[in-house]
Design a protein around this ligand. Structure first.
Ligand code: GAL
Length: 644
C-alpha cells in the first residue's frame, strides 16, 4: 500500500521520547520509520563489544505501534576507534593523503579491513532482527557516491580492472592516446588515477572517464557485497540503498541492478525560480528514478523543512509544498514517501536542516500539513506498483553524464539540463515521460529523445537506427556521438556515422556559453544559448533556422524521414517554450496525442492500478491555476495535487 514514513534517529533522543514519538506517529498515520544508518559507534562502541539493547527497545516500541521499520547498515559512518586502529580504512584523496576525519563517509570501499568489520556488524544486525516481522527492509549505507579514493588498494583494483579490459599496456596507450604529452605508461602497474590539485580537464579524458567508471563500479560492488550478506541471512526482505544527484553520481543502473527497489532522497527546491523562463522540472528526477528499474520506487528522504547547515538555510517549504511534493512523488511512481526527518536535530552538524517538527517538539504548520497528507494517502489506500505507461522516453547515459562533467563543452552546458529541457517540453504537453537507460529495450516507445548523447557505442547507434527504421520518432541533439567508448573523437563529421538517419551533418558549431542566438521555429522566435550546431542538409528538411550571427538563415533543427520513422536533429539549445513547441511539432508529425492548454508547471501523470487509472494533476506553482481538462474545469491551489 502506498504510505508515508519518517526518518528517525533514536540514538539522538532521550528514551522517554521514543514512546511518545511512536504514539504520535501512529496517531498521525505514519506507516514506516527508517533508522540506524549512522549508528555504528553506538552499536559497537569498541571492537567486538556490541550494544543492541537500545535498538531492541526502539524496534519493540515502533513495531508495537504498528509501524514498519527499515534498518540502515551503518557503513557510511564507521566509528572513530575503527579508523584510529585501522587507518587504512580511511579514504585517500587526490593529493595522496588520508582525508581528515570528523564528518562522514570517510570509508574506503575497497579496504579489506573495512569490509571485514562491516560484515561483522551487518551480520549481527541481520541475525538479531531477521525474525522481527516489522523490520521490512534494509537500506545499504547512505547515498553511495562514485567517490574517488586513491589509496594503494583502490589503485591496485583499478589496475586489475584495466588488465581485464586491454590485452596489453600498448593497446591502452594507443586507444587512449597516452603519447600526447608523453604520458604513455610502461606497464599496468604504473598506471596512476588522475590525481593532483588540477581540475580533471587537464588529465587524459580516456583515463579520467575510465577511473570514473571504475569508481561507479566500486560503489555498486560495495553495495552488492552488503546485499549478498543481508540476503544470506534475511530471506524475505527488501534491500535498497538511497541515492541522489551528487557531484560524482553512481551508475544508477549498475548500483540498483541487484537490489530490490530504488530509493531516492527527494529535496525539491523550496523556492521556485523567479524567472519564468528558467528551467524548472523537478519531476525529472522522479521520472529518472522510476526509469532505473522501470518500476515504482521509494523516497527515503523527503523535504520536511528548510534545508541548511553547511550552507545558510533555504527558504521554508511554502504552504502546500509538504503535501504537494509528496503527492508529486507518488504521481511519478513512489510507493513510499519517507520524510527527512521526524524532528530537527538538537545536536550535531545538521540542526538547521529542519524536519517536520522543530526542536521544541511543538507541532506547527509543516506538521499539520504532513498530517493532512498521511490522512489523504491512508484513505486512498492505493496499492503498490501502479504503472505509468508513457509513449515517450528520454535516454539517460551514465557515461555521457560523466564525460560531459569531466570535459566541459561550453559555459552552462550541463548534461542534466539538456535532459531536463526536453522533459519540461514533454511535461508541458500533459504527457507522461519515462527516463530510461540508453541500454534499455526501447521498442515500446513512439518518441525517443536522446539529448547530448556525447559518448555512444556503435551498438547503441545501430539500435537507434533500427528503431527509427521501424517507425519511432528519434530526437538527437548537439553534442551527440562526439566520442567513442574510449572517450576519444572518431575522425568523422558529426553525427559520426549517423547522417543516414539524421539526413544532416554538422558543418560548423559555436560553443555559445551564456551568449544567446535567435532561433526561428514554427513562426516564433526563441532565444537559445550554450551551443549551436550549424547543419548541412543531406536529405533532411529544415524545421528551424538561426535568426542572427554569422550563421543567420542556416538550419538549426532538421527532420529526416528514415524507413518508417522520423529523425529530428536539434542543433540549438532552447529554453522551455522552444522545447514545448518542438515536442508539439514532433507529436503532430508522429500522430501522437498531447494536451495543449496545460498551464506552466502543471504536471499530469497517470498511474494504472489494474483496470483503474488514476490521473494526478499537480500544480507546481505558488499561485492557484485553473484550466479545462477532460471536459471539466480544474481549480488547483498552490502546490495542490488532485487525483481524478
Ligand atoms: C541527505 C543525507 C541525510 C541528511 C540529509 C540532510 O543527503 O542522506 O543523512 O544528511 O541529506 O542533510
Amino acid at each position: 500500500m502506498v504510505s508515508i514514513g519518517v526518518d528517525y534517529y533514536p540514538e539522538h533522543w532521550d528514551r522517554e521520547l521514543w514512546r511518545s514519538d511512536a504514539e504520535m506517529m501512529k496517531k498521525t498515520g505514519v506507516r514506516t520509520v527508517r533508522m540506524g544508518e549512522f549508528a555504528w559507534s553506538v552499536l559497537e562502541p569498541e571492537e567486538d563489544r556490541f550494544d543492541f539493547e537500545w535498538l531492541d527497545e526502539a524496534v519493540k516500541i515502533f513495531a508495537g505501534a504498528g509501524i514498519d521499520i527499515i534498518l540502515g547498515t551503518p557503513t557510511n559512518c564507521p566509528p572513530r576507534w575503527l579508523y584510529e586502529k585501522y587507518p587504512e580504512t580511511v579514504m585517500t584523496d587526490r593529493s595522496g593523503s588520508r582525508i581528515a576525519l570528523g564528518i562522514r563517509g570517510h570509508r574506503c570501499y575497497s579496504s579489506p579491513k573495512l569490509r571485514e568489520r562491516a560484515a561483522v556488524i551487518i551480520t549481527k544486525l541481520c541475525e538479531r532482527y531477521k525474525d522481527e516481522p516489522r523490520v521490512i527492509g534494509w537500506q545499504i549505507d547512505n547515498e553511495l557516491e562514485a567517490s574517488t579514493c586513491c589509496c594503494d588498494i583502490c589503485k591496485g583494483r583499478f589496475r586489475e580492472h584495466l588488465k581485464k579490459k586491454f590485452t596489453d599496456i600498448g593497446e591502452l596507450n594507443d586507444r587512449w592516446g597516452m603519447n600526447v604529452w608523453s604520458g604513455s605508461f610502461s606497464s599496468f602497474d604504473t598506471v596512476e588515477p588522475p590525481m593532483g590539485s588540477c581540475t580533471p580537464g587537464w588529465h587524459n579524458p580516456s583515463l579520467t572517464l575510465e577511473w570514473q567508471r571504475f569508481n561507479k563500479w566500486l560503489a555498486a560492488d560495495f553495495s552488492d557485497f552488503q546485499a549478498d550478506l543481508i540476503r544470506s541471512i534475511c530471506k524475505d526482505t527488501v534491500i535498497t540503498t538511497n541515492t541522489w544527484f551528487c557531484e560524482y553520481p553512481p551508475d544508477f543502473g549498475e548500483l540498483f541492478e541487484k537490489l530490490d527497489v530504488v530509493s531516492y532522497d527527494n529535496y525539491p527546491p523550496s523556492a521556485l525560480p523567479q524567472d519564468k523562463d528558467e528551467l524548472y522540472s523537478h519531476a525529472f528526477h522522479l521520472d529518472l528514478m522510476r526509469g532505473i528499474k522501470r518500476k515504482s520506487f521509494w523516497i527515503m528522504e523527503q523535504l520536511g523543512g528548510a534545508m541548511g547547515c553547511w550552507f545558510a538555510p533555504s527558504s521554508c517549504p511554502k504552504p502546500g509544498m509538504i503535501k504537494g511534493y509528496a503527492l508529486q512523488a507518488v504521481a511519478h511512481g513512489a510507493d513510499k514517501v519517507i520524510f527527512f526527518r521526524w524532528r530537527s536535530a538538537a545536536k550535531g552538524a545538521e540542526m538547521f536542516w529542519y524536519g517536520l517538527l522543530d526542536q521544541s517538539n511543538i507541532p506547527s504548520r509543516r506538521f499539520y500539513e504532513f498530517q493532512e497528507l498521511t490522512k489523504e494517502i491512508n484513505s486512498l489506500a492505493l496499492p503498490d506498483s501502479g504503472e505509468i505507461k508513457a509513449d515517450t522516453a528520454i535516454l539517460y547515459s551514465s557515461d555521457a553524464e560523466s564525460a560531459l562533467y569531466l570535459q566541459k563543452q561550453s559555459d552552462g552546458y550541463h548534461y542534466y539540463s539538456m535532459l531536463k529541457a526536453f522533459h519540461d517540453g514533454v511535461t508541458a504537453l500533459g504527457k507522461d515521460c519515462d527516463i530510461v537507460s540508453v541500454d534499455a529495450d526501447l521498442s515500446d516507445y513512439k518518441i525517443i529523445i536522446a539529448p547530448a548523447l556525447f559518448i555512444c557505442s556503435e551498438q547503441i547507434k545501430q539500435k537507434l537506427r533500427e528503431l527509427v527504421k521501424n517507425g519511432a520518432s528519434l530526437i538527437i541533439t548537439n553534442r551527440s556521438f562526439v566520442k567513442n567508448m574510449d572517450n576519444t573523437c572518431p575522425m568523422q563529421a558529426l553525427p559520426c556515422g549517423m547522417d543516414d538517419v539524421t539526413g544532416c551533418q554538422v558543418s560548423e558549431f559555436e560553443p555559445l556559453g551564456y551568449n544567446s542566438v535567435q532561433v526561428e521555429l514554427d513562426g516564433s522566435t526563441f532565444a537559445a544559448d550554450k551551443w549551436a550546431d550549424v547543419l548541412k542538409l543531406c536529405g533532411a528538411e529544415t524545421l528551424a533556422v538561426y535568426g542572427e550571427r554569422w550563421y543567420k538563415g542556416e538550419s538549426a533543427v532538421t527532420v529526416n524521414r528514415f524507413g518508417k520513422g522520423l529523425c529530428f536533429y536539434v542543433g540549438a539549445v532552447g529554453k522551455r517554450d522552444f522545447c514545448k513547441t518542438l515536442i508539439r511539432k514532433v507529436c503532430d508529425m508522429s500522430g501522437l496525442p498531447y494536451t495543449d492548454n496545460v498551464p506552466q508547471n502543471v504536471e499530469i501523470t497517470r498511474r494504472c492500478y489494474g483496470e483503474r487509472t488514476l490521473t494526478f494533476v499537480f500544480n507546481n506553482n505558488e499561485n492557484p491555476v485553473s484550466f479545462d481538462f477532460e471536459g471539466r474545469t480544474l481549480n488547483l491551489e498552490a502546490f495542490e495535487c488532485k487525483m481524478i
